[in-house]
Design a protein around this ligand. Structure first.
Ligand SMILES: Cc1cc2nc3c(=O)[nH]c(=O)nc-3n(C[C@H](O)[C@H](O)[C@H](O)COP(=O)(O)OP(=O)(O)OC[C@H]3O[C@@H](n4cnc5c(N)ncnc54)[C@H](O)[C@@H]3O)c2cc1C
Length: 240
């Protein structure tokens, strides 16, 4: 059943990447890592059509009093409408749903591997863990083409400094096209990078989120590293 809400604000969070802020409906409850369907009611377009409805992970954490989703602004009918939706106008959401959520027990570390906009479910987890001072080690491995494309990079770098339980290894794989400097990794996430980054973590649980090709490549690497498939959770974002 869809729930009415209001688009409150829209803001750029990286090149070609927008965050959309909604009123959080009363009683709306979710776990970090879950997603919603955003429905743009438009004359002549059925609400269940892909032109009216898209799935997005919730970027905001449960303690925040708004719901935020973030997306790459491609030239699809839905995204053209979303990008020009008047601030203050009603939209609908459905959810929350999805099981890309951290376990209740904080005993085992979690390794979060994000490709590009696949960062969205992990932002909610990292913000939630920071706010609640969760006693679980979180390692984010975050791959992007360039710093310019990297959503939430500043915030994540700040969190890695202020929260001793949160660590980030970021890699920029197309620095030739960047006008910024980057003094860290530039290789694609591969078995070596994962092995080096996770050294010292005791039997971590893995979470992978990003474009389908990237998710499949990471699943293969983890399988070859003999990680139990029950310890690998993933979400594929189609369309990228
Ligand atoms: C649980 C979940 C969470 C997501 N969270 C986010 C998020 O936080 N941010 C974000 O930007 N995107 C997210 N996505 C992806 C998002 O729903 C859109 O698919 C994506 O943004 C592309 O939309 P588009 O309008 O640019 O392209 P579209 O025109 O919708 O799609 C582009 C291409 O992808 C194909 N495609 C679309 N959906 C599917 C599908 N389900 N199966 C196979 N092929 C498909 C289309 O046929 C088309 O060829 C999420 C998806 C899921 C399932």
């Amino acid at each position: 059943m869809s729930i009415p809400t209001i688009l409150k604000a829209r803001q750029s969070v990286a090149e070609g990447t927008m965050a959309f802020h909604f009123d959080k409906p009363a009683g709306f409850d979710f776990k970090p890592g879950q997603a919603i369907d955003v429905i743009l009611p438009r004359d002549g377009i059925a609400n269940d059509s892909p032109d009216a409805r898209h799935t997005f992970s919730i970027v905001s954490a449960p303690f925040e009093n708004e719901l935020v989703v973030t997306t790459r602004m491609r030239d699809s009918s839905f995204k053209r409408a979303f990008g020009s939706w008047p601030i203050g106008d009603p939209i609908e959401i459905e959810g929350p749903f999805g099981s890309l959520t951290l376990p209740k027990s904080h005993a085992r570390p979690a390794v979060l591997i994000a490709g590009g906009i696949g960062i969205t479910p992990f932002m909610s987890m990292v913000r939630h863990a920071n706010k609640n001072q969760t006693q679980q080690d979180l390692l984010l491995i975050y791959s992007n083409h360039r710093p310019e494309d990297t959503a939430f990079l500043d915030e994540l770098q700040q969190l890695a400094k202020s929260n001793p339980r949160f660590h980030m290894v970021a890699t920029m794989t197309d620095m030739d096209r960047s006008s910024q400097t980057w003094a860290s990794h530039t290789e694609q996430v591969d078995a070596n990078l994962i092995q080096e980054a996770t050294k010292g973590l005791d039997t971590p649980v893995f979470y992978v989120s990003g474009p389908p090709g990237m998710v499949r490549a990471m699943s293969k690497i983890l399988d070859e590293a003999a990680v139990d498939e029950e310890d690998v959770h993933s979400e594929e974002f189609y369309g990228y």
